[in-house]
Unconditional design. Structure first.
Length: 203
């Protein structure tokens, strides 16, 4: 539940009255806090970047003048989420991330496909539709720099083509990708369940 304006004002006043000026400090007096403990970090990273991209896309659609400011972090978050999610699911399914993969989505898509090579076609967790959408972003931004920097190290501009993108498609497709990735670990579990696979074959 979002905090109210009054609650935000109260938190800000407490912040101003604190003698601690550090950026990173333990919470005081029950202030909101983030906890980095636990073993959830890897999956929460891609989930968080996906959620952040959707929040930003939604804000862009609601406040069109802000589009120029928010579109780059929105697209970077989406692309980074795709990268980290593919890596996480490859490993979750027992696959191997190629050493040369780096930020290359195309290589990761290939490795993701390889983890499903031995599955029956009707039970595979591969979604051609979703992988094709990820491939589109891989083509536009093969090195994961187009939404982070405006120029190469040598000063050459980083061009983005095509120049005009349908924001509605970005938002709703990102939402579809998010739903697919959220359910993917369950699909992988079922694809590795021998009894479930036998039931599908006998059915």
């Amino acid at each position: 539940m979002p905090i109210s304006k009054d609650e935000e004002t109260a938190l800000y006043e407490e912040f101003l009255s604190s003698p601690d000026s550090r950026l990173i400090a333990p919470p005081e007096n029950g202030a909101p806090a983030v906890n980095f403990g636990g073993n959830w970090r890897e999956s929460r990273i891609w989930e968080g970047y996906l959620d952040a991209s959707l929040v930003l896309f939604r804000n862009i659609m609601q406040r069109e003048p802000q589009a120029n400011n928010l579109i780059f972090p929105a697209l970077f978050n989406l692309r980074h989420a795709m990268e980290v999610a593919l890596k996480w699911h490859i490993q979750y399914a027992g696959g191997v991330i190629p050493k040369r993969a780096g930020h290359d989505l195309s290589i990761l898509i290939g490795a993701f496909r390889k983890t499903a090579d031995d599955l029956d076609e009707e039970t595979t967790y591969i979604s051609e539709y979703m992988l094709n959408r990820i491939s589109e972003l891989a083509f536009v931004d093969p090195r994961s720099i187009a939404f982070r920097y405006s120029a190469e190290v040598n000063g050459a501009p980083i061009n983005i083509a095509p120049e005009r993108w349908d924001l509605r498609r970005l938002y709703f497709t990102a939402d579809e990708i998010s739903l697919w990735l959220d359910g993917l670990s369950g699909q992988i579990d079922l694809s590795q369940d021998a009894e479930y696979q036998a039931l599908l074959r006998d059915g």
